[in-house]
Design a protein around this ligand. Structure first.
Ligand code: NYM
Ligand code: MG
Length: 212
């Protein structure tokens, strides 16, 4: 129990459909934390900088084809390859604001028809977020926003299925924020829940593993 009360950084994950505003909000959160003198980094999954990440990126840009199970496991491997660095950062007091995590992994793959429990299995043992903030927007509203890019999955029909899968994954620990509000209002709500979470972790909230 001794070191379970050690002060540490918070693992904060932003989830949501494509075009829900996650990336902008993640940057804003990191700036806020830095202004407050809180050590923070912006992370994102997929992390396209690693060699696994490059395979994922070429799949997403339709440069390569991969079996649905194979790409699922690559997304998971991409999180596993960052796990120990993630733990080190948190334990040395850095808060991580993470743009997508395991929930994207499970939601996007199960939206293709893969079994949800099968999708969760390779995620077991990854660090559990202290906070999952879900940027809530309907697929239709998201699609109206400046259009999707040309990547795989960025189509309304598919995003509707992803939304249904997120709905199944959503549990009591998630905090949903209405992502249809003006960007500054979304930002304000996020700031409040993230700062609370950072404070909790500074007091020594234990680190958990997925899925618990
Ligand atoms: N995506 C993301 C997955 O299918 N599985 C995953 O595990 C993760 C992290 O990749 N449409 C999908 C969701 C996105 C796409 O992400 C690229 P981004 O945030 O647009 O770079
Ligand atoms: Mg995208």
């Amino acid at each position: 129990e001794g070191n379970s009360k050690e002060s540490r950084g918070a693992l904060v994950v932003l989830e949501g459909l494509d075009r829900s505003g996650k990336s902008s909000q993640c940057s804003r959160l990191v700036s806020l934390l830095e202004r407050r003198g809180i050590s923070a980094e912006l992370w994102r999954f997929p992390d396209r900088t690693t060699s696994v990440g490059q395979m994922i990126s070429s799949y997403l840009t339709n440069t390569s084809e991969l079996d649905d199970h194979t790409i699922h496991l690559l997304f998971s491997a991409n999180r596993w390859e960052k796990r120990s660095l993630m733990e080190t950062k948190l334990k040395t007091g850095t808060t991580l604001i993470v743009d997508r995590y395991s929930y994207s992994g499970v939601a996007f793959s199960s939206a293709k028809g893969l079994d949800m429990e099968w999708c969760k299995a390779p995620e077991i043992g990854l660090l559990a977020p202290d906070l999952v903030a879900y940027l809530d927007i309907s697929p239709e509203k998201a699609a109206e926003r400046g259009g999707y890019g040309g990547e795989r999955y960025e189509k309304l029909e598919f995003q509707k299925k992803v939304a249904d899968c997120y709905e199944v994954l959503r549990d009591v620990t998630w905090k949903a924020v209405d992502a249809c509000q003006p960007i500054e209002d979304v930002e304000k709500q996020l700031q409040e829940i993230v700062l609370d979470c950072v404070t909790e972790c500074q007091k020594g909230r234990p680190l958990f593993s997925l899925w618990s």
